[in-house]
Design a protein around this ligand. Structure first.
Ligand code: XMP
Ligand code: MG
Length: 176
C-alpha cells in the first residue's frame, strides 16, 4: 500500500519484522563482542531514536546510553554541514563508545563529527548504522555494524522523517 507524505509517494521497503530481526542480530553481535566490557552507546538524534531504543533493549551486557543531536538535513537533500552538536556531556575518556546512527548517506555528518569524539580519547570507537547508502557515500568511513545496505533513494519510517513526518511508521518506506 503506497503512502503519501507531504508531496511524495512512498512504497514499503522493509517490514517491521525484517527490521526487528536485523536489530536483534546486531544486538547479539554487540553482546558477544563487548562481553566483559561496558560500552557507552551514543545515539544520534533525532533519526536514530527508535533503532537505539530497540537495539538497547536487546543488549544483555552492562551498558550505558547517551543522546546527542547533530543536524545536517533539510528536506530530502543532505547538506552534510553539521549545524548543531548538543548533549555531548558524557565522559568518553577510556570508554568503549558505539555511535548509533539511523542512516549513513554521503557520510559527511559522521566524518566531520568523529574527530570531535576522538578528541575525548575513548578506548575504542565503533559505528552502528541501521541503514547505509553505499552508492551515495563519498567520505571514508568504517561502518562496524550495518543493518541494511540500501539503494540511493530517500527513505522514511522507523525514526526517519521527510520534513518532520513519517518517523512513527513501524516500517521503512522508499520514495517512489
Ligand atoms: P550524510 O549524508 O551526512 O547524512 O551521511 C546523514 C544524515 O542524513 C539524513 N538522511 C536521511 N534521512 N531519509 C531520511 O529521513 C533518508 O533517506 C536520508 N538520507 C540521509 C539522516 O538524518 C542522517 O543522519
Ligand atoms: Mg537524522
Amino acid at each position: 500500500m503506497p503512502i503519501k507524505v507531504h508531496d511524495k509517494t512512498f512504497d514499503i521497503y522493509l517490514s517491521e519484522a525484517e527490521i526487528q530481526q536485523r536489530v536483534k542480530e546486531i544486538a547479539e553481535t554487540i553482546n558477544k563482542e563487548y562481553q566483559g566490557k561496558r560500552p557507552l552507546i551514543i545515539a544520534i538524534l533525532n533519526g536514530s531514536f527508535m533503532f537505539a531504543a530497540d537495539l538497547f533493549k536487546h543488549l544483555t551486557i552492562d551498558t550505558e546510553i547517551s543522546f546527542i543531536k547533530l543536524a545536517s538535513y533539510k528536506g530530502m537533500k543532505s547538506t552534510g554541514n553539521v549545524v548543531t552538536s548538543i548533549g555531548l556531556d558524557a565522559e568518553l575518556y577510556g570508554k568503549d563508545v558505539i555511535i548509533i546512527e539511523d542512516i549513513v548517506d554521503t557520510g559527511k555528518t559522521l566524518y566531520n563529527f568523529l574527530p570531535k569524539l576522538k578528541d575525548h580519547h575513548p578506548a575504542s570507537l565503533k559505528i552502528a548504522a541501521l541503514l547505509h547508502k553505499p552508492e551515495a557515500t563519498k567520505f571514508p568511513l568504517t561502518l562496524d555494524y550495518v543493518g541494511f545496505s540500501i539503494p540511493d533513494k530517500f527513505v522514511i519510517g522507523y525514526g526517519l522523517d521527510y520534513d518532520g513526518r513519517g518517523r512513527n511508521l513501524k516500517e521503512i518506506y522508499q520514495v517512489v
